[in-house]
Ligand binder design. Structure first.
Ligand code: NAD
Length: 463
């Protein structure tokens, strides 16, 4: 007889393992089915390896600027790519073991293989060693996403590559064209340019990071240029040809760029093996599974979360959805919160992070805002660290005085954004909060105060 579980989670990425752990904590007998590595895209081919490489690139940048800090180096610092990659692999490997151990310590049964829902309440696990069926009351689908491929120039895995290959190249290419100036494009541009590759970004829309405000794209293009990255915006790629280890990227404008590698980073889309779902036939929303705010699919007892539902394409978005699905799959009742309150974080040089609405969104929605601004160059700790690029903008709704959005461009923006999130919806100043001085985070308070015309360290605006 098939072993019986309360919940079976298919997919061991951040959404899947978090959901399984929360189910187990709630007393459920849970199983987790994973066909590849535990940790999913984020841990194996996304957030963690990219941040490991960005970490090395950041250190290299600091070392290159040593003389500005009054330090003398014995000689120029150079990247050792093989060691950088080995360090990245070791971090990933360590985390993978950690996540597996964590899941096991919660007494969750791990099944290695492809999970196929043979009927509601029945999951078949297919692996090289054969197939077995398990039974359950509820199912949580968390099978993630895959890079978007452009049909006229599909990935060849060698010259025309996705972020998966870009995180595992065996050598630093002499040149790289990155198609797509979004999150992945800009982050990997920073890695490769810092280690000596000639990087050109081609973005179809009129700015880099087009989900953020225009000024963010402008600062990004300017700062990337300083580290040798050329940004071509509002450019359409018409063809990419690869021959003899070289590629040629042709643009609609008639321009052409040659490079050793072409990284296509034009988005990700929800993905699930068709077989996994064939017996279920849930309602879809394009490539994504349609869910309601309880993360319920159209099939009773079946939930879906993370990239598979196409909401945020963020690991922490998946964590939030996992929490909701786990509660609902184990007898509780919860709804997912406001997606706008989930922070966005880009680990570029400089970092970009935002939460709530952008100025563009406010304009589109007819919300009049007062914009409070504070530059990093006026912050003592930022000066001490020689990290003075960028600013914070806090958007205060003119009518209600509530903070509706915060955008940070600058060092440690991604760390500060969770603090900034606490400002959202507030009608009060945070003047009663004591920020340690000097700290970089004080720049948040400055921008907040500026939104109320009460900044202590920014000169008054001309009336
Ligand atoms: P993205 O949506 O951030 O950026 C894709 C970019 O490609 C957009 O700017 C788009 O305008 C552009 N584009 C689309 N088609 C194009 C074309 N034919 N030519 C030129 N430009 C084109 O997607 P991504 O950078 O591929 O990242 C995928 C997903 O992974 C995103 O949803 C992202 O949120 C997530 N991710 C997040 C992080 C992070 O939070 N730090 C890091 C990496 C990836």
């Amino acid at each position: 007889m098939a072993e019986q579980f309360d919940v079976v989670v298919i997919g061991g990425g951040p959404g899947g393992y978090a959901a399984a752990i929360r189910c187990a904590q709630r007393g459920a007998k849970a199983a987790l089915v994973e066909k590849a590595e535990m940790g999913g895209t984020c841990l194996n081919r996304g957030c963690i390896p990219s941040k490991a490489l960005l970490g090395s690139a950041h250190f290299l940048t600091l070392a290159k600027h040593a003389s500005l800090m009054g330090l003398e180096m014995a000689g120029p610092v150079r990247p050792n790519w093989a060691k950088m990659m080995a360090r990245k692999d070791a971090i990933v490997e360590g985390f993978r073991k950690g996540v597996t151990g964590l899941v096991q310590s919660n007494k969750i049964a791990i099944f290695a293989g492809r999970g196929v829902v043979s009927a509601p309440g029945k999951v078949r696990i297919e692996s090289a060693g054969g197939a077995q069926e398990i039974a359950c009351k509820t199912i949580i689908l968390a099978t993630g996403s895959a890079p978007v491929q452009i049909p006229i120039f599909p990935f060849d895995g060698q010259t025309i590559i996705s972020s998966t290959e870009a995180l595992a190249l065996s050598a630093i290419p002499a040149s790289m064209v990155i198609i797509g100036g979004g999150v992945i494009g800009c982050e990997l541009a920073c890695v490769y340019s810092t280690v000596g590759c000639k990087v050109t970004i081609v973005e179809a829309l009129p700015q880099l990071l087009p989900n953020e405000d225009e000024w963010v794209g402008q600062v990004m293009a300017r700062e990337l240029k300083k580290i040798g990255i050329e940004s071509m915006v509002a450019k359409k790629v018409t063809a990419v040809t690869a021959q003899g280890g070289k590629a040629r990227v042709s643009l609609e404008s008639g321009e052409a760029i040659e490079a050793e590698k072409v990284l296509v980073a034009v988005g990700r889309k929800a993905y699930c093996d068709p077989e996994t779902l064939s017996a279920l036939k849930p309602e879809m929303n394009g490539p994504a599974i349609r869910v309601n705010r309880k993360m319920e699919t159209s099939v009773p007892g079946v939930y879906a979360i993370g990239d598979l539902v196409g909401t945020t394409y963020l690991a922490h978005g998946a964590f939030a959805e996992a929490e909701v699905a786990a509660v609902n799959a184990t007898g509780g009742s919860e709804e997912v919160g406001d997606y706008e309150r989930i922070p966005r974080a880009v680990y570029t040089f400089p970092e970009v992070a935002s939460v709530g609405k952008t100025e563009r969104k406010c304009q589109q929605q007819g919300i009049a805002v007062v914009v409070g601004k504070a530059p990093f160059r006026a912050n003592g700790r930022s000066l001490a660290h020689n990290e003075t690029i960028g600013e914070v903008r806090v958007l205060r709704e003119a009518s209600s005085k509530a903070i509706v959005g915060v955008t940070i461009v600058g060092a440690t923006a991604t760390e500060m954004i969770s603090t900034a999130r606490a400002m959202l919806g507030s009608h009060e100043m945070i003047s009663e909060v004591s920020f340690a001085h000097p700290t970089v985070t004080e720049v948040l308070k400055e921008a907040w105060e500026d939104a109320f015309g009460l900044s202590l360290h920014v000169p008054p605006k001309a009336k």
